[in-house]
Design a protein around this ligand. Structure first.
Ligand SMILES: NC(=O)c1ccc[n+]([C@@H]2O[C@H](COP(=O)([O-])OP(=O)(O)OC[C@H]3O[C@@H](n4cnc5c(N)ncnc54)[C@H](O)[C@@H]3O)[C@@H](O)[C@H]2O)c1
Length: 260
């Protein structure tokens, strides 16, 4: 096995791939040789820019409108990926929304939206993509986006934290269910990126204020915040043959933020 990350002849799906963390992952996977299907609810200038970055690297990019919480749309998206790009070998379950609600205050609507997209979406996309991987008979890799808030109790993000903790258990269960087909299932738990903002149910973006930045920095071992490419590098490693014997784990990528 070559000691370099190669995804030649592989096709990857990145959900929520049009911007920020998802775009960084999609571009890194393309740099390693994969063609990439970008599955996202929104198609805008960010999506066009990410498609252009992938094509600049000599790889194919397929943008598909898809709500990961809708089974019919997920199945159509995977079919389009197989039809247009020739298969599916890597799935990155990156799509997600955030929430500032505590569990004592959260409404039914907010709870349902966060859990449907962040947790049910992971399972729906894995069902559809893994069925194709099994038919193809070449194994595969699934990488789920958890979060440091799925490892540490963070009251200001109640339903979000619960959904990201659920992703960790879904990762373990799916790893057991799919291991016999040589499909690995792992998660990453990104930490703090001050420029990062994540959209909520109603489209509002959550920015991290100065207070939060100070609190987080005091808990970091490495004296810098994470960059989207820090997370994307681990996604590429887990997707590649170099990560072939790793399954069922969640890797914190947080500069030491969650060291107990
Ligand atoms: N940014 C951070 O600091 C951070 C930290 C830990 C974990 N994460 C996780 O990383 C992932 C990406 O976060 P980000 O910061 O890039 O956020 P973001 O809001 O920029 O990206 C999320 C993407 O998902 C898409 N999306 C939302 N709902 C969708 C749906 N129903 N179906 C398909 N696509 C949908 C959005 O359109 C967007 O492109 C999320 O799962 C998030 O929870 C982010």
């Amino acid at each position: 096995m070559q000691p370099t990350i190669s995804l030649a002849d592989r096709v990857a799906i990145v959900t929520g791939g049009r911007r920020q963390l998802g775009a960084a992952q999609a571009i890194r996977l393309a740099e390693c040789g994969a063609d990439v299907c970008l599955a996202d609810v929104a198609h805008d200038d960010d999506m066009s820019a990410t498609v252009a970055e992938i094509e600049k690297r000599g790889r194919k990019a397929l943008p598909v409108v898809c709500d990961v919480s809708r089974r019919d749309q997920v199945e159509s998206m995977v079919e389009a990926c197989v039809r247009e790009l020739g298969g599916v070998h890597v799935l990155v379950n990156n799509a997600g929304i955030s929430s500032r609600e505590t569990l004592m205050e959260v409404t039914d609507e907010e709870w349902d939206a966060v859990l449907d997209i962040n947790l049910k979406g992971v399972v729906l996309c894995t069902q559809a993509a893994a069925r194709r991987m099994i038919e193809q008979g070449r194994g595969g890799a699934v990488i789920n986006l958890s979060s440091s808030t799925g490892l540490n109790a963070n009251v200001s993000r109640g339903p979000y934290s619960v959904s990201k903790a659920g992703v960790i258990m879904a990762t373990k269960l799916l790893a057991r269910e799919l291991g016999a087909h040589n499909i690995t299932v792992n998660a990453i738990a990104p930490g703090f990126t001050s420029t990062a903002k994540i959209g909520g149910r109603d489209g509002t973006m959550f920015y991290r204020g100065k207070d939060e930045t100070g609190r987080v920095f005091a808990k970091l071992a490495l004296q810098r915040e994470g960059e989207p490419v820090d997370y994307a590098n681990t996604v590429a490693f887990l997707a590649s043959p170099l990560g072939a014997y790793i399954t069922g784990v969640t890797i914190p990528i947080d500069g030491g933020f969650t060291i107990p």
